[in-house]
Design a protein around this ligand. Sequence first.
Ligand code: SF4
Length: 488
Amino acid sequence: MPRTIYLPFDQLHRDFGGLKGADPARDQILMIESSGMLASRKWHPVRLHFLLSSARHFADELRLEGFTVHYLSEPSIESGLAKFHQEGNPVIAAEPSSFSQFQRLQKLGVHFIENDFFLTPRPLFHKWAAGQKTFLMENFYRAQRKRLNILMESDQPVGGLWNFDKENRLPPPKKYEWKPYFSHARDDIDHKVAKELGISIDETWATTRAGALAQLEYFVEVHLPSFGPYEDAMTTENWALHHSLLSPYLNNGLLHPQEVVNAAIRKFDAGEVPIESIEGFVRQIIGWREYINGMYWFLGDDYRNQNHLAATKTLLPLFTDPAKTKMNCMKENISDIKERAWVHHIPRLMILSNLALLTGTNPQEFLDWMRESFIDAADWVMVPNVIGMGVHADGGKMMTKPYAAGGAYISRMSNYCKGCAYDPKLRTGDHACPFTTLYWDFLDRHRETFVKNHRMRQQYSGLDRLSDLPEVRLRAQEVLKGLSSGEI
Ligand code: SF4
């Protein structure tokens, strides 16, 4: 019986999802470029280019293998799929990666098979989460280490600790020679997609399986040994530090997490990676990534609409235009995002989300911006990361306290403050760091919500010791006004 396998653009792997066990003699492939989806948001052109070019390359690889690939340009996924249904073809697909796709394909009668692009099946995560009082990632991560038998010596963690976080919080080093970036040569497909989008492209991101594998090999060889200690650091001297830059490929299927973990562990087993680096990296892949995807499905589709702190401010102009701020940390990060659609997890959480949280920016507006701006921003990534972790809009369902921080944290973990118009130590006056002012003002404004939270005791005793709280409140109003008008 011939089968039509529908292949979404985030499931581009020959051995997983819909293509697992697929046979060119029996199966045909359906891929759909939806003009409606492309025009539905202000997607970052780098993101669009990456997704489209990867899909077109992948379609060609399947053709080379002997598959018939129907690569359609359609107004919508629905219209493309309807054509195949009209012809009486049963269509199968791996379970989609987002609620909206799931519902749309279900309505169209697509037959689902398991989505195995993660190491944790959705029912298994659900079982874990349903048994938890608080959804501590660390507990999930330890269970993952045991279940998957990664970095374990019988039932104990390799190196004697589950977590080397303490070793992995170094600020950027001084006079350090950063290793070069890996670059990806462009081909005709890349150029054609760029032309259609009306953009020019650099060599940052691969758009093929071979390129993604080369990036993995380069990371493991060159950057992994130093990944851990500087994974939270931020610097104007280097945009990637020792980060893997693998998330786009993991999220569009060009790489599978098992392949990534295996490559990293092989290097560790060869004695070439210190424990703090391998542990920090493994935690990102089998811990955080799986946890965020699991929580997305566990918390449900409506979770994205939460706004427990009643945050109503519209998105600040600096998020779309770095010229609209004098804050060096924001300017640097927004410029980096404009260039490559990527900054690492700490600027995302402790700078971008932190500012949205402290300013009371509407969570859904901020979520939309995050979804549109990053190359790897799948719905399942961004909804829990923004609503739960970033802006604490879920009333603490996911995290027991908000990730709110003043300028001191950014000053400690980066070199941004040296070139800034503001001073991270000041909370009042024209040169006060907006983060510092707004941090205290945030604690003050939300005292009732957080004062009884035992994890925030220290922060509130700090607030209670402030002798200039009335001035801080006044300065906070000026800062909010200045940020809205693009003058701060
Ligand atoms: Fe950012 Fe404040 Fe530092 Fe300026 S002083 S770079 S605004 S943290």
